[in-house]
Ligand binder design. Structure first.
Ligand code: ATP
Ligand code: MG
Length: 264
């Protein structure tokens, strides 16, 4: 990376840290609904998430973008408090709760739902059983009837084994399973991965209806244009750092940024 880029990056980080400190310390202003501040995470010796900070307002949909290997999945996993990568520094707050002090189970109980890229549909269970299992313990989210209203394809296939669904239907089931719990932050890792354009449209309209229900969401996508159409805001990650934080429209209109970090 060139010197001038380094300087710009450091300057951007300084500004973000200052904004964060101002937000936290200024009298009368509420802290953001979700905020992560200066997160650093490692897979063993590999230093991957290198000081990520950002805030999200309640109900906002944020696209987290960046090239392959930029650290998007690692950032989501850090927020969800999975064991790997290990977060060694930083704070993560969701609705006044300190996620950085929690393990994955407690973070999930506090309202974080990660829908991973591989969807993790449970083998040997029907669609309905996959949903019921999500509701085995409180806090309960959408009822199964309500889920079927929003996901009619799942209603039609309620007695089918979850793992025999098509890729798009499995993605719907993975999202529905997250909504079956009372969640505050939905993390979607590449929900369009491997899906035909018509199915991408269908999933996009589901995410849009989730947005209308005011569920705060971070969507990671290689299909940046599709994610930006849904998102209010965009964050761009590069080499484990946030290099852009602005509106989705700003990214769509900035050819240089799109070329440099998104290859679109
Ligand atoms: N389990 C792991 N152990 C060691 N290194 C890992 C592990 N998982 C990911 N990495 C490394 O961390 C870096 C960031 O990976 P990550 O999966 O977060 O990127 P990403 O932005 O999600 O990429 P993609 O768009 O390909 O999904 C990469 O260099 C990757 O090789
Ligand atoms: Mg990834």
């Amino acid at each position: 990376m060139s010197d001038s880029k380094d300087k710009k990056l450091l300057n951007d980080i300084d500004i973000k840290v200052k904004d964060h400190v101002d937000a936290v310390t200024s009298k009368g202003s509420d802290p953001a609904f979700f905020s992560c501040w200066d997160i650093h995470s490692y897979y063993g010796e590999s230093y991957i998430v290198q000081g990520v900070s950002f805030d999200i307002r309640e109900g906002e949909v944020v696209a987290l973008l960046g090239r392959n290997g930029a650290g998007k999945t690692s950032t989501l996993r850090s927020i969800a408090r999975l064991d790997n990568p290990q977060v060694t520094h930083g704070e993560i707050w969701l609705d006044h709760q300190p996620l950085h002090n929690m393990k994955a189970y407690d973070a999930a109980q506090s309202g974080v739902a990660l829908v991973p890229e591989d969807r993790r549909i449970i083998q040997g269970l029907t669609v309905e059983e996959n949903l019921q299992l999500a509701q085995i313990a409180p806090p309960m989210g959408w009822s199964i009837e309500r889920i079927y209203e929003h996901f009619p394809r799942l209603a039609e296939r309620r007695n089918q084994m979850g793992t025999t669904l098509s890729g798009g239907e499995q993605q719907m089931l993975a999202v529905a399973r997250a909504l079956a719990r009372d969640i505050k932050l939905l993390l979607l890792d590449e929900p369009y991965e491997g899906l035909a354009p018509v199915i991408v449209q269908e999933i996009a309209s589901i995410v849009d209806s989730i947005k209308k229900h005011g569920i705060t969401t971070i969507i990671v996508e290689q299909n940046a244009v599709a994610a930006l159409r849904l998102a209010d805001r965009a964050l761009i990650l590069d080499m484990g750092n946030i290099v852009f934080d602005g509106t989705a429209e700003e990214v769509l209109n900035n050819e240089e940024l799109r070329h440099e970090y998104l290859a679109i």
